[in-house]
Design a binder for this molecule. Structure first.
Ligand SMILES: Nc1c(C(=O)O)ncn1[C@@H]1O[C@H](COP(=O)(O)O)[C@@H](O)[C@H]1O
Length: 155
């Protein structure tokens, strides 16, 4: 994440990763404030065993793009809502990447989906993880069906 002020958004991602048993690291690196550290992390990420990277940042959100510039691992960007513009600033600066340096951008504050997308990428080569994702989809659908069954009583 670009700042520890982004932690509530990243927590939504780490909760999902924990529930799927996916090991992860969390860091505060900024393309603006600590550019050397952000670059070194991205350059070394594949060698250090990472399978996917998630970058969360708000305002002029360059972190995901700067990370993507320095790795060919999949990079998932989370635009974080800042004090103005309701996150539109971060959304546009994360999603509008030039051809050749892709960032898979999720919704503003979309920490959970960022983790689930990372999990789906890792599950291409991991049948156990794919089975966990299938089970989660089934449980989520059952929860919605339970809501459907109970909705008439609430009106
Ligand atoms: N967008 C970036 C980057 C970057 O893109 O590298 N580094 C920090 N930030 C963002 O600045 C916002 C305010 O940060 P502070 O709360 O620390 O002032 C945060 O949402 C952070 O992600």
């Amino acid at each position: 994440m670009g700042s520890d002020s982004d932690l509530p958004v990243i927590k939504k991602a780490t909760d999902q990763l924990k529930s799927l048993g996916i090991p992860f690291e969390v860091h505060v690196y900024s393309a603006h404030r600590t550019p050397e550290e952000a670059r070194a992390f991205a350059i070394n990420a594949r060698k250090n065993g990472f399978g996917a990277l998630i970058a969360a940042a708000g305002m002029a959100a360059h972190l995901a793009g700067a990370v993507a510039a320095n790795t060919t691992l999949p990079v998932i960007g989370i635009p974080c809502q800042g004090p103005c513009l309701e996150g539109l600033d971060a959304l546009l600066s994360t999603v509008q990447m030039p051809t050749g340096i892709p960032v898979a951008t999720v919704a503003v504050n979309g920490g959970a989906n960022a983790a689930l997308l990372a999990a789906q990428i890792l599950a291409v080569e991991d049948a156990d993880l794919a089975a966990k994702l299938d089970a989660k989809r089934k449980a989520d659908a059952e929860a919605v069906l339970a809501k459907d069954a109970g909705i008439a009583e609430r009106l």
